[in-house]
Design a protein around this ligand. Structure first.
Ligand code: SF4
Ligand code: SF4
Ligand code: SF4
Length: 260
């Protein structure tokens, strides 16, 4: 048993936070194993400009989006999850989110979202959503990369794909990877300001049913923001319901439940 739990109330909070964080990492690792390969294909191997949406007609038969029912799970389960728990997919399940969060631990800058100009950076998500809609509905989401190899030779396959892909496919792939690697400079920059899937969930987050939220007892001490890997506070911009801040509030103002 944890000694802290037996001694102080502050220790209890720390212990609860640690346990929740541990469970979140376990869930993330499980979903990394389940969804990781599909995510990898989506970023590096999917021949369409907008990945994850044309799996049914895709020629890469070794992609898990093609050979499993993940595709249907994604498009049926994800909207339900978002309506129930907002951006919990980002905080608990997304393999790409996990990669961003791990890289973000080494970041030089956190960019807390308490300043208006930082909140304004979410325009990046809006632009990415608009770009995706235009590519899909105006240009029919063309297939513009010939998958050179479909085996599990990950690195060679990526190098060959980039070498032989059309320039706009290469541009979109390098852009995505660059923003993810940029988490080493600005924590979680892709997930907070660029990812179009995260942007759609961010829009719907406000009408989700269950969420981590703060009450009027909040005195703006920002202790929750300091532990938040998204640089935010409960039920504010980019909150993923990860729960890392649930036990840090000295006013006991942070709760999880229904909040309209
Ligand atoms: S913002 Fe995008 S990449 Fe990041 S965790 Fe959410 S869905 Fe995944
Ligand atoms: S830790 Fe509590 S009091 Fe401090 S900003 Fe967060 S919700 Fe408000
Ligand atoms: S505000 Fe709290 S629940 Fe929301 S993402 Fe940050 S640490 Fe997680």
């Amino acid at each position: 048993m944890c000694n802290q739990c037996q001694t102080t109330s502050g220790g209890t909070s720390n212990c609860n936070t640690t346990k929740l964080s541990m469970w979140r990492r376990i869930v993330q690792i499980i979903f990394l194993a389940i969804l990781g390969k599909w995510m990898y294909y989506g970023v590096f191997r999917c021949p369409y400009i907008v990945p994850f949406v044309n799996c049914e007609s895709c020629s890469i038969i070794t992609c898990w989006g093609r050979i499993t029912t993940y595709f249907y799970g994604w498009w049926i389960a994800l909207p339900i999850l978002v309506i129930l728990f907002g951006r919990a997919f980002c905080g608990w399940l997304c393999p790409s989110g996990w990669v961003n969060q791990m890289l973000g631990k080494f970041s030089m800058v956190k960019l807390n979202s308490d300043k208006p100009w930082i909140r304004g950076l979410q325009i990046g998500m809006v632009l990415m959503i608009l770009a995706g809609l235009v590519v899909y509905f105006v240009y029919g989401n063309p297939r513009i990369m010939i998958p050179i190899r479909t085996s599990d030779e990950y690195f060679n396959a990526v190098i060959l794909s980039v070498s032989f892909g059309e320039w706009y496919w290469v541009t979109r792939t390098i852009t995505v990877v660059s923003f993810i690697v940029a988490s080493l400079i600005i924590a979680n920059v892709w997930c907070r300001f660029v990812c179009p899937a995260g942007g759609i969930m961010e829009l719907l987050r406000k009408i989700s049913i269950f969420k981590v939220y703060k009450t009027d007892d909040c005195d703006d001490c920002n202790a929750c923001r300091r532990v938040c890997e998204m640089g935010t506070r409960p039920n504010e911009m980019n909150c993923t319901n990860c729960g890392a801040c649930l036990h840090v509030c000295h006013k006991d103002a942070i709760h999880f439940g229904m909040k309209w």
